[in-house]
Write a protein that binds this ligand. Sequence first.
Ligand code: TNX
Length: 720
Amino acid sequence: MKNISIVILAILNSILFMPRQEAKSQTNIIPLPVNIENKTGYFTINKNTCVYIEKGFDLDANFVYEKLKEATGLPLKRTYKVKSNSIILSNKCKKKNLGVEGYELDVTNLNISLNANSPGGLYYALQTLLQLLPPEVYSTEPDLKNNSFKVSALSIYDYPRFEWRGMMLDVSRQFFDADYIKKYIDWLSAHKINVFHWHLTDDEGWRIEIKKYPLLTQKGAWRGKNEILPPAWGSGDNTYGGYYTQEQIREIVKYAQQRNVSILPEIDMPGHSRALTACYPEVLCHSTDTTSSVQGVRKNVWCAGKESNFQMIEDILGELTALFPFEYIHIGGDEVNKKSWEHCELCKGIIKDCNLNNINEVQSYFIMRLEKTVTGLGKKMIGWNEIAEGGKLNQNSYVMAWQSEKHGYEAALKGYSTIMVPGSYLYFDMAQSGEEQGHSWAGMVSIERTYSFDPINNDSLPKAALNKIKGVQAALWSEFLDKPNGIADYQSYPRICALAEIAWTPQENRNWANFYTRLQSEHYNRLYNMGIKFRLPPPDAVYKNHIITVTNPGLNLITRFTNNGHEPDLNSTIYSSTITTSSPYNYKFKTFFKDHSSISMPVFPYSELKWTPENTPVRFGEINFDISQYITKNGRVEVKFRFKKGKNGLLVKKVSLQENGKIIDFDHHDGTIAAGRTSNNVYKLNIDSYNENNIYKIIIELQGRWGTNSYGDILVYEAD
Ligand code: TNX
């Protein structure tokens, strides 16, 4: 009797204290699906789970089946009749109107079923299922051996808001090898992005093998001291470059297809063509033109008057057509230095023969010739928004609005299919804060700003025009991606997660706080397991009255610090409460997610002084602040400008220090304060005979940089 009760107790004990792997009750899916219905119970995927693939769907579903096995590390044997403990891949959706990319995902106690109308939809059902499993399924070396996964019962149906969900990568200014391109596409597909726009040519490098014009890659793919193209964008005197062979391209196209990603190739013409004209100078106008493009590049425009040029274009685009099955070809069309045509006899001839009014119309003449060539090859033409400027494009041609969303609405009103890529939300080459690197011309693009974009947010546009907005895309230009290692990942993620949700999720389901929670709760860990060197928000450390206070950078993140000048690492102290010190500027802080970390940040002094659009002069003018409360003694006082948010920044000329209305010191030098562009932003002043009863003021001579839409802190502190 006693023995039996001991046994019962032991059993009870083991049941009660059995290590349990709970099924997650909350889903953290990005992009958020159209509809999720949570149910009770759960399904366990284990080594006995089988996969049933509906008859006739075998070939299409096979790739998804292989991925499922790879991700779970389980045998997942095929079964040929539906039974319990199986995952069902089917091409029959219960709901109608889910479209080609929609899917259903049902999890019950007995089965998981993935239903879709096409292989693309099925691939997305798989991607959603993977997000219901532990993040380790994304790792190439998952440590999930002998594991089983519990998946909470639920029912999802889902389909995209936009048919075009794209991401552009500039491989000209920096070259990314074929392996990186594959990884990049794989990551995009995990976010249900379906277009990879490959910016293959530009002034600083030609990256695609064209058999008929071998010099393009023999010479035009390389820059450096002894190369045909001069050093640029951090590549220095050494030979730098690279290109993709046609064989590599075919392989990448196939790789992308399996992941429901279409590749949009771009050959940027008639401007941005220095890499080509350096190899084949006969393409240029015959003139003594010395003007340059907005980006400062000379001799980078195709002559519009040479018939042989259009033949060459047809040959190049012909090879492109054979390589890329996508319906569209991107011909660029942006930032053309039209002046280069001005003194060319052949271009003048075109103006006369075609009854054009001026060189601006030569641009649309050129674009319309390109359109004819592209159409003749059986493709549709896409170009940057400048292509809509003059002339009448074919209604099949697409406009990519990069300069602003307004450019997109205008194109849509003209009846052109339009893709929204406005720089001030979706150019991921823009800096993400005042302390980070990147371009600045479109302002600072934080992930929150990206997320706030709605591609169809215009009540005044007729429905027909709104229907012309086919989708949304982001772009990563690579001028400033030469260093550090991993910077392309850093600029891409997690901003691409926000892009994915703009592109996929119904607007009424979108909410920043909810998205950001999902991102931090689980998605960081997915990105981590994919091996992406994504951006983590850096800590904000503020010093006031001998105390450093650090704002918690977010969920699941740890802040570590040093005070010996070294970069914080995994051995550095974890920040858990305020630090009392009188030497705050020796400290450095970093955010950590496992062994992955943010940029390191110094301590900033507390200040209530701010610049805003309201107090920023348009032209150089003065603003002043009482700084008496920040001063306690004789010695050096520094004034530092810190960019916080907005589009523009500041140009500062001079900061003067006033004591009881009398100037006692000034620092006169040019400073720039803008996201990604801050330089010389510290002004040094001296106080020789401090008196606590006196009033101290700073007078700042400044103006907005290209405008007054920015916000920042003006930090005043005693520097010694
Ligand atoms: C403008 S966007 C360009 C690119 C630059 C980019 C930098 C576009 C069509 N042209 O050539 O790389 O700005 O942000």
